[in-house]
Design a protein around this ligand. Sequence first.
Ligand SMILES: [Zn+2]
Length: 103
Amino acid sequence: MLKEVKVCGELYKVKLSDSHEHLNSYGSTRWSDGIIYIDKNLSEEKRKLVLLHEVLHCIAEVTDFANLPRDISCDDAEEGIIRRMEHVLFQVLKENKGLGISQ
Ligand SMILES: [Zn+2]
C-alpha cells in the first residue's frame, strides 16, 4: 500500500485507520492536512480500491467538478467530466506506480 500519493503536485499522506467505525466510510480525505484515511480492516486489494476512490475525489476537487454547468446535456456533461479527468488521472497513474492493482 502506498504511503503517499501525489495529485497535481499536492502530496497526500495515506494512513490506515478505523475510519469505517468513526465515519461510516471505508475511506476519507482530510483536505486541510493532506491526509487520506483508509480503513485498516480491509483486505489489501480493497484498500487499493478505496485509495483509488479517494484519489478520484482529490481529482474532482482539483478539477472543480462541483462547478460543472447544470444546464447541459448528458453527453456534454460526460465529455466535460472526462476532459477534466484525463490529464490529472494520467499524471496520477504515471507518478504513483503503486496505485495500479497489478503492482
Ligand atoms: Zn466517496
